[in-house]
Design a protein around this ligand. Sequence first.
Ligand code: SAM
Length: 233
Amino acid sequence: MKNLFMKYGIVINDKQLMQFETYYHLLIEWNQKINLTTIIDYQEVTKKHFLDSCLLLTQYSEKVFFGKKIIDVGTGAGFPGIPLSILLPDSEFLLVDSLNKRVDFLTLVIEELGLNQVSVVHGRAEDFGKREEFREKFDFCISRAVAALPILLEYCSPFVKVDGTLLLYKSIKAHDEIEESDQAMQLLNCTVSSLAELANEPDFQRYIVEIRKSAPTPDKFPRRAGKPKKQPL
Ligand code: SAM
């Protein structure tokens, strides 16, 4: 695993390697009871879940995230939040997911890996985004494989402070999704600041869309749970 990460310029130490190993074993064990991942082969999990989650660090230095608050919306089995939190022990993470069993799994992962700076909550982004303790409280919002960009903007942007940043993991479709998000961007005071291609191999592609929020999210967003998906902005 160290060599694979190194190939992409990411250095992991022995403690972090152990944390990834433990995470892998818990993932496979719990996957027999609840649906967490379709990828189970060690090499594939290492590349398509662990490395993929960490590719962000090939574009942004660790310093950018030092002491910052990061929220992972729709984290599922913990991607990208858990791998990033292993590599960023000085950043505070909140993981959110609407499936309770996945949250139970992540509670155990956080404990077993000793990730003291990570918390997990069960609920929908639309509900948490309205709550005082979460609204406009984060420096960064990250998310992978949760929804198309116009929907994701409504889920994610309420969490970040003014001048905060969304870092959204997307596939090659990122270009099309950006084109379809004009209205959502305007209504939510967001703009795309960059689109970076972090991997482009036949079976492994990753783009990160960086979005800045320039003014507070209007009170009416996010709309009630289910509405952003049913009626994207
Ligand atoms: N981010 C993970 C990954 O890349 O492997 C999980 C992706 S999975 C396809 C989508 C996850 O988003 C699910 O675990 C689902 O429960 C969660 N999700 C979908 N809509 C959500 C919402 N409105 N609020 C919170 N979580 C949501």
